[in-house]
Ligand binder design. Structure first.
Ligand SMILES: *[C@@H]1O[C@H](CO)[C@@H](O)[C@H](O)[C@H]1NC(C)=O
Ligand SMILES: *[C@@H]1O[C@H](CO)[C@@H](O)[C@H](O)[C@H]1NC(C)=O
Ligand SMILES: *[C@@H]1O[C@H](CO)[C@@H](O)[C@H](O)[C@H]1NC(C)=O
Ligand SMILES: *[C@@H]1O[C@H](CO)[C@@H](O)[C@H](O)[C@H]1NC(C)=O
Ligand SMILES: *[C@@H]1O[C@H](CO)[C@@H](O)[C@H](O)[C@H]1NC(C)=O
Length: 639
């Protein structure tokens, strides 16, 4: 016992920095050092750092309230969405914030002519800042880290700001966010593209990898889902009429790309009038629907999303938001920048570990400025990729999550699939007690961005083997486990408080607070799932020239997105607004009858059976699976 204490004290004193300078407070700190990197030496004092300060936006404390104001069906402003200019005006950092941060910099010896403000006012840049100046300014120590590959990296472990400045700053770069671009370049040689690094953080569909014969009969829906199965399951009997006014976007991360031959093969069998029809390509940061590399890993996700998204909403043109060039790939901030120029961080703020950074001067890279505000946010946006919450910092996740709220305020529905690994994270990994992903971890590992309370998380269900579309479905547990659980970052939004409290009170899960945050005060997901068991398992998809069976929650986001697109079509045809952020509506009693409650199945992981689906909302299937007829009726009755 005594030895333990002594050891702990020793370890502490050797790592601890002197307490922050008087009047300063800690602003950000890395949870742990990235594995594989060694702290080599202090950074040379005259090294010039591209210092950028992300300023706190105005009104963020009211963002949930403002989002609910236009999204809650009982609000008098329901459906009265914001215009992009109103979003800019509402959230631009206040003059007080800009002035306070400028005054701090000027007092610290940076002359006014070295400071410049980005167009959106979101970022303040400091020219020619030396390491010595930045260390003094931020009460931080910069080190050079090295990698066995020979790559080097500059970073500090934590940084501080004066107490009166803290509230004016979201995050400062470059600081604790470890920049892996060097590592990526090295990977590029081996794997032809640092996109592999980004991709390795992301989840998408999985395949059974066997060629199948095309089914013709609804009786086969338990083994093979087709467009007709989905139409039968969700009572889909609606043909869009307002296609020139409505928009539906599907995000794909390069090198994932569709093949026209696959779409035609699929449509030839299941939707003949669409043979030859392509999605409308929106190229973001050099995004191309590449055809050089082919196979399930390159085409599976994109083919699946487009075959079902286009098939279910025919004849609605579908926008393909193709994210990132062939060298770097792309991620979530790239499409967010593209639909909201005021969010655009081309002058700083992206995290190179996750986001493409432009201009990219490497060979084959996208050597132009980042795509900012090149397209209005589509009415529905479906994304079937995700990462683990624990792999990003809170400040980074929060800045991005707030952006989803802004997109909702502008009238778009953002859907993320909830993951395929149950309560575990990507690759089935769970968290250690220090929140590090590890093969031996016991703590549940929630996903990001699906845990953000300002978007809609879509889980999966499947038809149990041997059952038909007329039997009650179970949560998806044959080959994948619907992602679901509780965030370690985000507070519980008011719209789900009753549903989640009721779950925790009436069906307390057999886990401790060491496994998940059971305080009843955090965001829980998913919100919905695709018709339980039916939605996501065993989709028939044409990939690289043949039909395969694909499973994963990947399938559920584009399918749910298709249904919301049909609802929007009907509302637009009736002279109404698109539905926008749907969560505040669907958790109300009005919508209770519009979802089939899924009451069996679980989402195992981390050495446990996971949570269990039950009556009412649960962290496996959310509110349940949709009934389009009923959703249509309710949404058409709203203003
Ligand atoms: C930054 O340093 C460069 C090179 O010394 C100089 O040309 C430039 O004017 C400086 N910029 C500012 C804003 O001080
Ligand atoms: C890398 O990919 C590009 C385009 O996809 C291809 O032209 C090139 O031959 C590939 N290089 C290697 C080394 O595989
Ligand atoms: C759970 O979340 C609440 C609210 O954010 C927080 O106060 C509490 O510390 C968290 N519990 C654990 C065990 O992390
Ligand atoms: C969902 O599946 C169940 C069978 O489990 C079926 O009865 C129901 O009709 C389906 N929902 C919709 C909206 O079609
Ligand atoms: C779907 O909703 C409609 C209208 O409320 C209802 O008539 C129908 O029975 C529902 N279908 C299922 C499968 O619950």
């Amino acid at each position: 016992m005594l030895r333990l204490v002594t050891f702990a004290l020793l370890a502490c004193s050797s790592l601890a920095r002197p307490s922050p300078r008087a009047g300063y407070v800690l602003h950000e700190k890395r949870a742990q050092e990235p594995s594989g990197w060694t702290r080599e030496r202090r950074l040379e004092p005259d090294y010039v750092l591209p210092l950028r300060i992300g300023l706190t936006q105005s009104n963020l404390h009211r963002i949930e309230e403002m989002l609910l104001d236009v999204s809650h069906p009982e609000s008098p402003n329901y459906g009265k969405h914001y215009k992009p200019e109103q979003i800019v005006d509402t959230f631009a950092p206040s003059d007080m914030t800009v002035d306070a941060v400028k005054a701090w910099l000027i007092d610290s010896g940076f002359s006014d002519d070295r400071l410049s403000l980005s167009v959106s006012k979101g970022w303040l840049q400091v020219a020619n800042a030396s390491a010595a100046e930045v260390e003094e300014l931020l009460d931080a120590e910069y080190h050079v880290y090295s990698h066995p590959s020979g790559a080097e990296q500059i970073s500090c472990h934590s940084y501080h700001v004066p107490a009166h400045i803290k509230e004016h700053v979201d995050l400062i770069q470059p600081t604790v966010h470890f920049d892996h671009s060097a590592n990526r370049r090295q990977k590029q040689k081996r794997q032809n593209g640092s996109k592999d690094l980004i991709q390795s953080h992301l989840r998408s569909g999985k395949t059974l990898g066997k060629e199948v014969t095309v089914p013709t009969d609804l009786a086969d829906c338990d083994t093979m889902i087709t467009l007709d199965c989905l139409r039968a399951l969700y009572s889909v009997d609606y043909t869009p009429v307002a296609t020139d006014k409505n928009t539906f976007g599907i995000v794909e991360l390069t090198p994932q790309a569709f093949l026209q031959g696959d779409l035609d093969l699929f449509f030839g069998n299941f939707s003949p009038s669409q043979v030859g029809v392509s999605p409308v390509l929106v190229s973001i940061d050099g995004g191309v629907a590449q055809t050089t590399e082919q196979g399930f890993n390159e085409n599976g996700e994109s083919d699946l999303d487009l075959q079902y998204g286009m098939g279910l909403t025919n004849p609605q043109p579908v926008l393909l938001l193709q994210d990132g060039d062939l060298v770097e790939g792309g991620s979530f901030n790239n499409w967010l920048d593209a639909v909201d120029g005021s969010f655009c961080t081309f002058d700083g703020g992206d995290n190179k570990e996750f986001d493409g950074i432009y201009p990219d001067t490497r060979r084959g890279g996208f050597d132009k400025p980042e795509s900012c505000g090149i397209i209005a946010p589509p009415n529905v946006i479906s994304v079937s990729y995700g990462t683990d919450e624990a792999s990003v910092t809170l400040a980074y996740a929060t800045r991005q999550c707030n952006e989803y709220a802004k997109i909702g305020m502008m009238g778009s529905t953002v859907l993320y699939s909830s993951g395929d690994d149950g309560v575990a994270g990507n690759g089935g990994e769970c968290l250690s007690t220090s929140n590090r992903a590890s093969a031996n971890g016991k703590k549940f590992n929630p996903g990001f961005p699906v845990d953000c309370p300002f978007l809609t998380a879509v889980g999966a269900t499947q038809i149990d083997p041997g059952n038909t579309v007329d039997d009650p479905e179970g949560a998806c547990e044959q080959v994948i486990f619907s992602g679901g659980g509780f965030s370690n970052f985000f507070a519980m939004p008011s719209y789900q408080a009753d549903a989640v409290t009721s779950f925790l009170t009436n069906h307390p899960p057999p886990f401790t607070s060491a496994q998940f945050n059971n305080s009843g005060k955090v965001r829980a997901f998913p919100d919905v799932s695709a018709n339980g068991t039916y939605y996501s398992a065993n989709y028939v998809v044409a990939v690289a020239g043949e039909f395969e069976l694909v499973f994963g929650t990947s399938c559920s986001a584009p399918v749910f997105g298709s249904l919301i697109t049909l609802v929007n079509d009907a509302r637009i045809a009736a002279g109404k607004s698109p539905v926008g952020f749907i969560n505040p509506a669907i958790y109300t009693d009005t919508f209770a009858g519009a979802f089939n409650d899924i009451t069996h199945g679980g989402n195992q992981g981390c050495g446990t059976a996971g949570f269990t689906a039950t009556t009412g909302w649960d962290p496996v299937t959310g509110l349940g699976t949709p009934n389009l007829t009923s959703l249509m009726d309710i949404w058409l009755s709203l203003p």
